[in-house]
Design a protein around this ligand. Sequence first.
Ligand SMILES: NC(=O)c1ccc[n+]([C@@H]2O[C@H](COP(=O)([O-])OP(=O)(O)OC[C@H]3O[C@@H](n4cnc5c(N)ncnc54)[C@H](OP(=O)(O)O)[C@@H]3O)[C@@H](O)[C@H]2O)c1
Length: 308
Amino acid sequence: MIRALFSASDAAWPEYLEAMPPAFHAAGLRVDLSRDHAPDIVDYIIAAPNGPVQDFSPYTRCKAVLNLWAGVEDIAPNKTLTQPLARMVDTGLTDGMVEWVTGHVMRHHLGFDDHINGQDGIWRETYPPLAQDRPITILGLGALGAACARLLTTLGFPVTGWSRSQKTINNVTCLSGEGGLRTALTDAQIVVLLLPLTDATKNILNAETLPLLANGAFIINPGRGPLIDDDALINALKTNIAHATLDVFRVEPLPNNHPFWAHPQITVTPHIASATRPKTASQCIAENIRRGEAGEPFLHLVDRTKGY
Ligand SMILES: NC(=O)c1ccc[n+]([C@@H]2O[C@H](COP(=O)([O-])OP(=O)(O)OC[C@H]3O[C@@H](n4cnc5c(N)ncnc54)[C@H](OP(=O)(O)O)[C@@H]3O)[C@@H](O)[C@H]2O)c1
């Protein structure tokens, strides 16, 4: 019998208690899933970064820590976590992000706000451009960025993506490295941030890079708040940036007196772009436990030197 410890919030437990056993069964695993196994009998920890286990050192026989979130910036630096750490890649999480990003891209692309907020009796016949004339750049071409890029190309948008290592994705102009970043941002009309938060990505949109975007550009950030320098963004909203839709922030929940809430060119959404879905996430976790038991390499391992 494999013993798995569930270390996440009280609220998450009932859904996972229902979703995990069928996934373990389908993977041919017999797993005793509990919230209070003694540390020295635990084979795997299924963990949220804000879960009750913060000191991983007593879990001496634990073969892997399986993160419930895609982002690992709050768990990867934990010095007591010496076991392999896998991040969450969940089809439900990916689908949710693709839907959210596409929805917000279409809002800005089609200019919905003009009509929703402009019911003033004046007949203004301005047509939105076609998708083919609206270049979009996606920073980060991982599980989420690549899925968004693929969907947006099917709608006709010219999509450029940027990542650390060079990628090849059908109909997407893939760039990498420092020079690639400048090219990716120059004249982009919509920029979507789907990078992890690391030392290398912090403030990647800043006073030097924001002016590269096209006049009237839109920014959509479901990645992490510190990817954008907040002050530089506020300044850029006075020049070339028309609007920023932000789902993530340096401090969450965003304090209710924060200037972003009332800024007419900022839309705040409360870190809801996408969520791990217990049913599909359980399949990702079960597959990694199956691999661990079969002596196969774990999927989606975090590279601690890169920070994601
Ligand atoms: N708002 C929400 O609800 C929500 C939900 C889930 C996730 N997220 C955020 O979305 C992020 C992305 O998730 P994911 O699953 O797509 O992650 P991922 O698969 O690890 O992909 C990360 C991408 O960023 C690239 N990258 C990382 N560091 C870079 C650097 N220094 N320069 C250039 N490219 C760099 C990676 O390049 P390589 O491919 O070359 O490694 C990769 O393409 C998460 O880390 C999390 O912060 C937000």
